[in-house]
Design a protein around this ligand. Structure first.
Ligand SMILES: NC(=O)c1ccc[n+]([C@@H]2O[C@H](COP(=O)([O-])OP(=O)(O)OC[C@H]3O[C@@H](n4cnc5c(N)ncnc54)[C@H](OP(=O)(O)O)[C@@H]3O)[C@@H](O)[C@H]2O)c1
Length: 250
């Protein structure tokens, strides 16, 4: 491992089993943090992330919890604090899509996305606030989306949740700044993961034609920004939304 800027730090990455969350978990571990890989159901994938962390000499564990459940989140945070005595970095990355046009959207598709992508972030932020205030240090990075800034046809639930994450980020940043807790958001554009793999070639081509940098993003593109915001080089940055989208939103 080359760079140990996060040595002794304890980090929780929600949805760390796959995609962007896995890349984030790996990069935090590579920087020396102990990483708790939260996941909802895919234990195999979570274990694969943990294996990759161990292969680079890092330390971590997997932790199953549904972020939309306040009860499960509270007990996850309590167990982490009991075990490690601190929680320095929280990355709210877990997210789902249930895309469809407004008039076809079922109540359940609306609620599932809001519960996971918005309430899930609130649940985690609320649960870490007390321990982070006590230690007078914390870095929270929320994964929003370009769609939370620009909106998107077929994603009214998802874009509402992701815009809400920006509201959470700014309110929490203002409320917690005096306690040494920094809260920022990353707004990825189109990133190649399980979430985007079924969009089809035509849709993908059309999206790429609107990306000034001319390519889709990788999970590592996002992880680099999260690592920066979680680390000491971002100590004077809070309440910001940083786009990692090849120039899509400007
Ligand atoms: N891909 C993109 O283009 C893109 C663009 C902008 C923003 N984002 C955002 O980036 C984040 C990661 O996206 P991704 O593309 O990496 O997605 P992904 O590959 O589909 O992975 C989703 C992750 O979230 C976890 N998860 C889902 N529901 C959960 C719940 N209720 N509790 C705990 N964990 C849960 C999954 O766990 P399991 O493995 O256990 O299912 C998995 O680890 C999401 O917030 C997404 O909205 C993605």
């Amino acid at each position: 491992m080359s760079n140990h800027t996060l040595q002794e730090k304890v980090a929780l990455v929600t949805g760390g089993s796959r995609g962007i969350g896995r890349a984030i978990a790996l990069s935090l571990a590579e920087a020396g943090a102990k990483v708790i890989i939260n996941y909802q159901g895919n234990e195999q994938a979570a274990l694969e992330t943990l294996n990759q962390i161990k292969e680079i000499g890092g330390v971590g564990e997997i932790y199953k919890a549904d972020v939309s459940s306040a009860e499960e989140v509270n007990s996850m945070i309590k167990n982490i604090i009991d075990k490690y005595q601190s929680l320095d970095i929280l990355v709210n990355n877990a997210g789902i899509t249930r895309d469809t046009l407004i008039m076809r959207m079922k109540d359940e598709e609306w609620h599932q996305v809001i519960d996971t992508n918005l309430t899930g972030v609130f649940n985690c932020v609320r649960a870490v606030t007390r321990p982070m205030m006590k230690q007078r240090f914390g870095k929270i990075v929320n994964i929003s989306s370009v769609v939370g800034i620009n909106g998107n046809a077929g994603q009214i639930n998802y874009s509402a949740a992701k815009a809400g994450v920006i509201g959470i980020t700014k309110s929490a940043a203002k409320e917690l700044a005096s306690r040494g807790i920094m809260v920022n958001a990353v707004a990825p554009g189109y990133i190649s993961t399980d979430m985007t793999e079924n969009l089809g070639e035509k849709v993908t081509e059309n999206i790429v034609s609107h990306i000034p940098l001319g390519r889709v993003g990788t999970p590592q593109d996002v992880a680099k920004m999260v690592l920066f915001l979680a680390g000491p080089n971002a100590d004077y940055i809070t309440g910001q939304v940083i786009s990692v989208d090849g120039g899509m939103a400007m």
